[in-house]
Design a protein around this ligand. Structure first.
Ligand code: SF4
Length: 404
């Protein structure tokens, strides 16, 4: 049995680590407050910094980082939640498959993602794979594509995998395909999307209130490399920092951005060197390039974004569910606005609105009953704010309860 006195020591050690961490945090916050007024003067107004990635937004809200910002520095969430931007069209197709007896494998966070609610052109049909399963549809939630591969091999059933994600999840689908381990009875609805093109698109939409700094995504950059964001300071003059997900990573990124603005020298900094290399993961990149080519692709609520999707190359077409089942790919002409009425996810995704700007937030739309796509995944901005009190929501509730 473990000696209780050693447990005490472990607790003391943990406390020590926390103390060190707190000192680091305090120092970073102090530095941010010192450099911010110089940066604000130089820029001539409020500094809007975009945290691109849903996990960054999660960490910012979870750690209360917005409350540590000086006046004139605003953190806005970006388009970094792959579930939020998956077009309703593909969710509807997956629901249709499930109800027709074709097994649909899905990640857990796409399971509750609402489609258009009209997979057969009717109203009142299931809105999500979860609802389809409740109506007898064949839906299996998996942790990974390889889980789906194993299941499909074992069961031999006609099945499809709803492949939602960014550059981070694409290699997990591409590698088994290239290595020839995917069985013939499993095809894929390929909804992978690429992140640098959507950042370009986001910049275009922020012309009136420009983004002055970008916290670039850590996970995605581990695959595509820090170099993928070089275009941001070069073409847009916007300081960019690839950052990790701890509170001190994010604070350090904010400090670097403000310091670059104060100096008037925008560049790219890789703060997350412990994980992200300049070139990225070249093996993962090779897998993606081997089986997919870059194509224009639809983003939910936004429409087509040039060169922002992945399509299977001819050699791998037999694994393309759309091709195999003769379903038309979405085209710019056919795409129609695919958010439910009143939902402001498109603006939330681009950092043009906060979840609390949506009249449905925490009224019609809650994490328990998501009405719009940004309320589904733990990376969705509305979901993060709803669960952890983003945008001062926690302070408001504390005030209402007489705790602040
Ligand atoms: S609160 Fe719900 S309805 Fe409103 S923008 Fe967010 S996801 Fe859409």
């Amino acid at each position: 049995m473990e000696d209780p006195s050693t447990l005490d020591k472990q607790v003391v050690n943990l406390y020590g680590l926390w103390r060190v961490d707190k000192k680091v945090i305090d120092r970073l916050v102090e530095l941010i407050h010192r450099v911010a007024p110089i940066a604000i003067r130089r820029v001539g107004g409020t500094i809007k910094i975009m945290d691109f990635c849903g996990t960054h937004e999660h960490s910012i809200v979870w750690n209360g980082i917005r409350s540590l910002m000086p006046e004139g520095v605003e953190l806005v969430a970006g388009p970094g939640c792959p579930v939020c931007i998956t077009p309703a069209y593909y969710v509807d197709i997956a629901i249709k498959f499930a109800l027709e007896g074709i097994r649909v494998y899905t990640y857990g966070d796409a399971y509750r993602l609402p489609g258009s609610g009209r997979p057969f052109g009717d109203k009142g049909r299931p809105r999500s794979l979860e609802e389809a399963r409740a109506l007898g549809g064949d839906v299996v939630v998996v942790y990974s594509f390889m889980d789906a591969v194993k299941h499909a091999k074992r069961d031999g059933k006609e099945s499809v995998f709803l492949a939602v994600g960014f550059e981070t999840t694409a290699p997990a689908v591409a590698a088994p395909l290239v290595n020839g381990v995917v069985p013939e009875n499993l095809t894929i609805i390929n909804v992978h999307r690429l992140t640098p093109p959507i950042l370009r698109y986001t910049f275009e939409r922020h012309r009136n209130a420009p983004i002055r700094g970008v916290i670039a995504p850590g996970h995605v950059s581990a695959v595509i490399g820090a170099k993928a964001w070089e275009f941001v300071p070069r073409e847009y003059g916007v300081p960019t920092v690839v950052a990790g997900f701890e509170a001190h990573d994010i604070l350090l990124a904010i400090f670097h951005i403000l310091a670059m603005l104060a100096e008037g020298r925008p560049r790219l900094i890789n703060e997350y060197k412990r994980v992200v290399r300049w070139e990225g993961n070249t093996v993962a990149q090779r897998y993606i390039n081997e089986c997919c080519e870059v194509t224009d692709a639809a983003w939910r609520g936004l429409g087509f974004v040039p060169q922002s999707g992945l399509a299977f190359r001819d050699k791998y077409r037999r694994y393309d569910a759309m091709y195999q089942y003769g379903i038309k790919e979405l085209t710019p002409e056919e795409w129609s606005y695919d958010l439910p009425p009143g939902c402001r996810c498109a603006e939330v995704t681009l950092g043009l609105a906060k979840p609390t700007d949506c009249p449905l937030f925490m009224k019609v739309c809650t994490p328990g009953t998501p009405y719009g796509p940004c309320m589904v995944s733990i990376e969705g901005t509305c979901s993060v704010w709803a669960r952890f009190g983003g945008g001062g929501l926690a302070d408001e509730i504390a005030r209402e309860l007489g705790l602040a």
